[in-house]
Design a protein around this ligand. Sequence first.
Ligand SMILES: C[S@@+](CC[C@H](N)C(=O)[O-])C[C@H]1O[C@@H](n2cnc3c(N)ncnc32)[C@H](O)[C@@H]1O
Length: 198
Amino acid sequence: MKRNADYFSRLAKQKNFPARSVFKLQEMQERFGLFEAGQRILDLGSAPGSWSKYCLQLLGPRGLLVGVDLEAVRMEPPAGPRYRFLQGDIFSAEIAAQLGELGPFDVILSDAAPRTSGSGLVDGEGSLQIAERVLEIAAHTLERGGHLVVKVFQGGEEGRLLRRMKSIFRRARAFKPKASRSESREIYFLGLFLVRKS
Ligand SMILES: C[S@@+](CC[C@H](N)C(=O)[O-])C[C@H]1O[C@@H](n2cnc3c(N)ncnc32)[C@H](O)[C@@H]1O
């Protein structure tokens, strides 16, 4: 059933998550089984921290979660899994070097998005550049057999990104979670079981 945005915002507050976006990840996890306890997860564009908090709850003491964002996170990591947060730009060489040391990862998630400008064209292009960078990071740090989730804004050239993902993952598809506002142009591309690096 499609529920309205307020419903998910209220529910996030009740469950003590900093953002309603947690329900988008929860739905993808329940439907596609993206990760499990003990794995190493990279969460790109992780602030304010809902996706990270959700992952940390499932990871268990042997798991590792690395979050990256320009902004600081607003969540207290639960005790248990190992957690690192890197504040910085996913386009920077410094972040790439640190991820090289912390990886490889079993799963890479990216909910990163540009600050919206009001122009669909500009935002679509910004989102595509971020998604392409995420794919580059995945080429260096995602384990073979690993999974990738990346957000893009629809309406531009994003189809070519999905075609590329289809050529490097065993399965790739677009998915619009129920908690994503219907008027939002965001959609998630999922790459399941990395077969080759580029
Ligand atoms: C929609 S929010 C992510 C919400 C997060 N998944 C959660 O559940 O709390 C998008 C984030 O992407 C981050 N972002 C955008 N461009 C970035 C970049 N180049 N490097 C790092 N983070 C970036 C923004 O700062 C913002 O916090």
